[in-house]
Ligand binder design. Structure first.
Ligand code: ZLM
Ligand code: CA
Ligand code: ZN
Length: 415
């Protein structure tokens, strides 16, 4: 019997590299790569989960791959922030190699290291590229390697889907949706999502991007604003100068891309019930009218209740229901990470959602042998209790207006 749509037949590719958790944006910075290692640890310790995944080691994307979207000069500029140990390795290798021959795979890196060690004055470029010029996008040790890992995994997610090796591919180290062609923004330097979608477009005709991070997915929207082959859909907190300040209902795309950008701006405090109602109404109509060959979901966990930066009020189960809903369309799915600043809830959320991909609805205490066990102190459960006394600032009529506006926009592409 063919079980075309049963959960057990879904092959899930999961990308991880333990080096990701070692990168550090700096003291007090809200973005903490450690949350990826924490999520991984939960995934491993919920044993039945890990055994059912196809685990892939994340590799570093090469400079040429990053240049498929980013400005070549920007990529070269960023590459000066390679891991220190890698720089030392290359330098050492090249100086101790008696025959003086630099191996081909290190030539490019050697050229860059030499170039940047001769050119220490990068002040103007820092400002131009918005790297290291504000607390949001600091420079840190291994910054470039971190970008290479994040992008390498998202590009390989596309490959496992395109080659039919997986039905669902997961990269919790990705989802850095604010990065622009030649500019860092909002903790993001390289846009792994755009690189992933560009790879999918080599084969697929239409790709849908869905973004449930509490911030607007501006970098991805901008990259595909003029095309009808990618529809971008972002749900986000909007107003009172909330970052990045774009993503109004009336930003719909331009030229042939008109009506292929969809935005759902929200006020603080929205909870599972109204969010899911809205999410299902919008995505079902989008799936029906756009008929994508593949769906890429940015699963930013800063839309959860109690996040350090976001003010939405979703539970982990509510957040996860968005994933389950997208999965049931039976279209290949790529799940990427993103924001999430109350890190013990981020790891809970992404471990739970990894389970959902395999058809498992995990609801267990945190395993006591977890190395990060103490991070969950106070409540050692996977699900945290929802905030009952948070006011939902979105009136039912506001939400209905959003749905009817989105439906009106989508009517323009029904032919
Ligand atoms: N200042 N430290 C979401 C990206 C959100 C812009 C206001 C910098 C912070 C935030 C950084 C330790 C995603 C803005 C903020 C302070 C101009 C934002 C360093 C606290 C700290 O304590 C902090 C010194 C830092 C940054 C708060 N930044 C909160 N919100 C946003 C960017 C990224 O989740 O969507 C995807 C990964 N930036 O509001 C300022 C206007 C810079
Ligand atoms: Ca969003
Ligand atoms: Zn965010």
């Amino acid at each position: 019997m063919i079980q075309a749509d049963s959960d057990s037949s879904r092959r899930v590719a999961y990308f991880y590299n333990r080096l990701i958790g070692k990168f550090h944006y700096g003291k007090e910075h809200p973005m903490k790569p450690k949350r990826i290692a924490m999520a991984h640890s939960l995934i491993v310790n919920f044993g039945q989960l890990y055994r059912s995944l196809d685990v892939y080691l994340i590799r570093e994307a090469q400079l040429e791959e990053l240049k498929k979207f980013h400005d070549p000069e920007y990529v070269t500029y960023l590459s000066q922030y390679m891991s220190d140990n890698k720089v030392n390795f290359v330098k050492e290798y090249c100086s101790t190699n008696n025959d003086g021959v630099i191996p081909e795979n290190l030539l490019e890196e050697y050229r860059l290291i030499t170039k940047w060690s001769q050119n220490k004055n990068t002040k103007n470029l820092n400002a131009e590229y918005k790297v290291g010029d504000s607390a949001d996008n600091p420079t840190f040790s291994g910054l470039f390697s971190y970008c290479q890992f994040s992008a390498g995994a998202s590009i390989d997610c596309a490959h496992t889907i395109l080659t039919g090796q997986a039905d669902i591919a997961i990269n919790w180290s990705g989802g850095l949706h604010h990065a622009k062609k030649k500019e860092a923004a909002g903790f993001c330097y390289i846009n792994d999502i755009v690189l992933c979608i560009l790879e999918l477009l080599r084969i697929y005709v239409r790709v849908l991007y869905v973004d449930i991070d509490c911030h607007h997915g501006d970098g991805v929207e901008e990259a595909f604003y003029l095309t009808n082959r990618v529809m971008t859909l972002s749900f986000h907190q909007y107003g009172d100068d909330f970052f990045p300040g774009t993503g109004q209902l009336n930003s719909v795309g331009l030229g042939v891309g008109r009506y292929y950008a969809v935005n759902v701006p929200l006020k603080p405090g929205i909870s599972d019930g109204p969010y899911l109602d809205l999410f299902k109404k919008v995505t079902s109509r989008v799936m029906e009218t756009f008929r994508p060959d593949c769906v890429v979901v940015q699963c930013g966990a800063d839309s959860l209740s109690l996040d350090r930066l976001g003010a939405l009020n979703l539970s982990i189960k509510g957040h996860g229901q968005c994933i389950t809903y997208m999965k049931q369309f039976g279209v290949p799915l790529i799940l990427l990470g993103g924001g999430g600043y109350t890190i013990q809830n981020v790891s809970r959320c992404w471990a739970y959602e990894t389970g959902l991909c395999l058809g498992q609805n995990i609801d267990e205490p945190i395993p006591t042998n977890d190395v990060y066990y103490k991070n969950y102190s106070g409540d050692y459960h996977l699900h945290f209790p929802i905030q009952e006394h948070v006011e939902n600032k979105n009136k039912a009529e506001d939400l209905n207006k959003i749905v009817s506006q989105v439906y009106d926009h989508l009517k323009n592409l029904e032919n």
